[in-house]
Design a protein around this ligand. Sequence first.
Ligand code: PLP
Length: 393
Amino acid sequence: MVSKEMWALGANRSVIRDLFEYGLRQAAVVGPENVFDYSLGNPSIPSPPQVNDAVRAILADTDSVTVHGYTPAIGDFATRKAIADDLNQRYAAGVRPENLFICCGAAPGLIAVFRALAATPQAEFIAIAPYFPEYKPFVDCAGGKLTVVPADTEHFQINLDALAERITPNTQAVIVNSPNNPAGTVYTAETLTALGKLLDSRAAQYGHPIYILADEPYRELVYGGVEVPFIPNLYRNTIVCYSYSKSLSLPGERIGYLYVPDGAQDSAELYAAIAGAARAGGHVCAPSLWQKVIARCAGLRPDLAAYDRNRRTLQSALTAMGYRMASPDGAFYLFIQAPGGDDVAFSEKAKAKNLLVVPGTGFGCPGWFRICYCVSPEMIQRSLPAFQALIGK
Ligand code: PLP
């Protein structure tokens, strides 16, 4: 007999994938230049050239058995050492290679943490809207329950009063995604410090830690000099989940890491439980070649000029038309209020003009829609009349 839950997950395709595939079909009908696809968060800038140079050098210099062989389950020491050195240089964070677990991108890292912390069938995890929709199936699969804090649609920071109301004795962790998908906002140090204080006081009340799970695939993607606070330096009970999918434009290679700081409560047990959860999920030994690339490239940063130009073009053009949006300081998304208030209806109307935008409802934030600006500047220019027609005037 097939699991109903797994069947539903596999059979009901995501709205984003649906839109993306619709765009491909539609391109064959009306021509690719007449489809304005802002649906999928697929990086559009190339990896820094040093990445491909490293691949070539590793293949040339290292014997094939080693390049393609198993590494330790938690990842090569050299990879973990390179990441630790980079984090220490940037954040004076006291990271040791032993605090790091190399994973196949952020998604399996998040799942390992949820499974490691789902200590009882009542375990709860809190997401802050707008949030990455995959958190729900990840938490469900780990046997936990996802609770959602409604969005602060004024500033897209964290509505701490609403969050406080949702913490219970079963709360294990609060997921913090900054820079945020889909809002593009960066949570300030002030917001995060206040969140840490709240969690500390509730942890003391309940007698167990409440962790922040910092999901940070967009950490390096910020514009205009905005700082992304390193959350373990503000709140000790933080677990960091990082991915190179977006920062080095490597989403298909599946490489990232988890960081469990020494200062986190029950750090050693937590790390072991994460390793155990990854083992139980068959998620060990991230791709060996890409671990070796990261050992050489952990200190690289992306050239964001192309994203920044797109962001500024869209922000100024759409604002001038009368659209209202969240402050687009990071990631590569704009989150925009849907004219008329109904995001699903707006997305349908846009689709009729071959403009593909993602309704905010799936991110827990109805009334808004997301566009991903990993696109060509020419497509942006061609799409502007459709945006104008949809808002009227
Ligand atoms: N978390 C967030 C907020 C994301 O936006 C994504 C991907 O888009 C992920 C996690 C998953 O990243 P990865 O491709 O590294 O698994």
